[in-house]
Ligand binder design. Structure first.
Ligand SMILES: NC(=O)c1ccc[n+]([C@@H]2O[C@H](COP(=O)([O-])OP(=O)(O)OC[C@H]3O[C@@H](n4cnc5c(N)ncnc54)[C@H](O)[C@@H]3O)[C@@H](O)[C@H]2O)c1
Length: 436
């Protein structure tokens, strides 16, 4: 290591200043973890409301307890700011900005570009920059390096660069930032060693790989793997319903095989910031290299038809009881894209609600994490809970199995249930529950 790198290495192992760009589902828990490790954390976000929340010690991410955030802010360990220039004093800067899709499903890396430009403007010798946003292989080298080197700083010599994919699963209490191994790919060997020193502060295990492109690809394999396997589970659910058997029972029994099988479950469709978008980052890049990946498109096709499939299940369930969707009172339980979080980004519930609303259903919803919901043309009333009179609805549609729901009571009171999550497993076989 050069003296410059060695000095940074010592600081990263000691009490460094760590800058985080993007205080969202990924950035805020990371900021808190670094602050708890003894680092001084400067959290930068363009969203003034998020900065104000951090400053007030109010958490907006389920996995970050408000008291913990407030304590770290009060002790000066963590500061939120919209001003990226404060990061000139950081030893390490971690970029956690969104990576959505554009209109024709092409990667929208404009947030990474903007963040990289803002870092380039303040970058100085001896800093480590790590990109955590999920993105296509090559981003770190193609987007970050030229912007930083345009400042006359040589990557790997004057400044240090790495990619480290974020793998947290919001709402998951079993696997946390600390216990999920952290994959790190440095631009050079020394970049890798510096990034490993940084993440060893917050993760029990750091897994070095040979470079940023490999680390970028690791994340895309993980999420494509999930998307493809969920598509397979969805297709099995569709086939099982035709055969009159339960996909959930089939999957549970298959999962008793101690090797060669890993259970994935069907549902009303993919949601959230990651799974619907990430595989498209890979297929876009592969296409540029002259290869047309097939699994990604195929899995996406199956997963994207699930909301329409659920709408058809609701239509059929009502029809079997002599009711039309038009005018039927339908209560949707759970609108977040997965259990125990408030995130409704790309949630299949939104598409299902819109479709049922378009067919004239009288819709209401409840979600313990989502107090208000309005979407294109459909204004939804959040019903009071648990005071809701379930008997007054024609159908209760379970889209998200939040742990706080009392399924026994719901099954007791609702006259007809469509359950897309097997939340009512083992309850009432009497024909009032239709399961995916
Ligand atoms: N949410 C997850 O579960 C999850 C898990 C693993 C990886 N990821 C990846 O991590 C990245 C971030 O995801 P997220 O869910 O935390 O997103 P998010 O939208 O919750 O947070 C991103 C934050 O970045 C801020 N921001 C955008 N541009 C900025 C800029 N130039 N300067 C400062 N702040 C800026 C936004 O205001 C926002 O608060 C994405 O690439 C995502 O794919 C997300």
């Amino acid at each position: 290591m050069t003296p410059l790198a060695a000095a940074l290495h010592r600081r990263l192992l000691g009490t460094p200043t760590v800058g985080i760009i993007g205080l969202g589902y990924v950035g805020l828990p990371l900021a808190v973890a670094f602050a708890e490790s003894g680092a001084t954390v400067l959290g930068v976000d363009l969203d003034a409301r998020r900065v104000a929340s951090v400053t007030a010690g109010r958490s907006y991410v389920e996995d970050v307890p408000g008291e913990q955030l407030a304590r770290l802010v009060a002790r000066g360990r963590l500061r939120g700011t919209p001003d990226v220039t404060v990061l000139a004093e950081a030893d390490a800067i971690v970029i956690c900005v969104p990576t959505p899709l554009g209109k024709s499903k092409e990667p929208d890396i404009s947030f990474i570009v903007a963040a990289a430009d803002s870092v380039a403007a303040i970058l100085r010798r001896g800093q480590l920059v790590v990109l955590e946003s999920t993105t296509y292989p090559g981003t770190t080298q193609e987007i970050l390096v030229p912007r930083f080197e345009a400042r006359g700083l040589v990557a790997g010599k004057d400044i240090f660069l790495a990619f480290s994919p974020e793998r947290i699963d919001p709402g998951n209490r079993r696997y946390t930032l600390r216990t999920i191994p952290k994959v790190v790919g440095g631009l050079t060997r020394v970049c890798g060693e510096l990034a490993q020193a940084l993440y060893a502060r917050v993760a029990d295990e750091v897994v070095p790989v040979s470079g940023p492109q490999t680390a970028e690809m690791v994340k895309l394999l993980e999420n494509t793997f999930r998307s493809v396997n969920i598509a397979l589970a969805n297709e099995f659910a569709i086939m099982c319903r035709r055969f009159g058997i339960s996909a959930w029972e089939v999957i549970a029994a298959a999962a008793t095989k101690p090797f060669g099988f890993m259970p994935f479950y069907p549902g009303p469709g993919l949601g959230g910031h990651c799974l619907p978008a990430d595989p498209y980052y890979l297929s876009w890049k592969a296409r540029l290299e002259g290869y047309e990946p097939r699994f990604i498109t195929f899995a996406d096709e199956i997963n994207r038809q699930m909301p329409a499939y659920v709408v058809q299940m609701v239509t059929d369930a009502l029809n079997d009881r002599g009711r039309a969707v038009r005018g039927a009172r339908v209560l949707v339980l759970g609108v977040a894209y997965k259990a125990n979080v408030a995130d409704t980004r790309d949630s299949p519930a939104l598409e299902i609600i819109e479709a049922l609303g378009g067919k004239g259903a009288a819709l209401a919803y409840h979600d313990p994490f989502v107090p208000t919901l309005s979407l294109n043309g459909v204004e939804l009333a959040a019903v009071a809970w648990p005071a809701a009179d379930l008997a007054s609805y024609d159908l209760v549609l379970i889209l998200t199995a939040h742990a706080t729901y009392d399924w026994k009571a719901i099954v007791r009171e609702a006259p007809l249930i469509v359950d897309t999550r097997n939340a009512t497993d083992g309850l009432d076989p009497s024909g009032t529950i239709i399961r995916l």
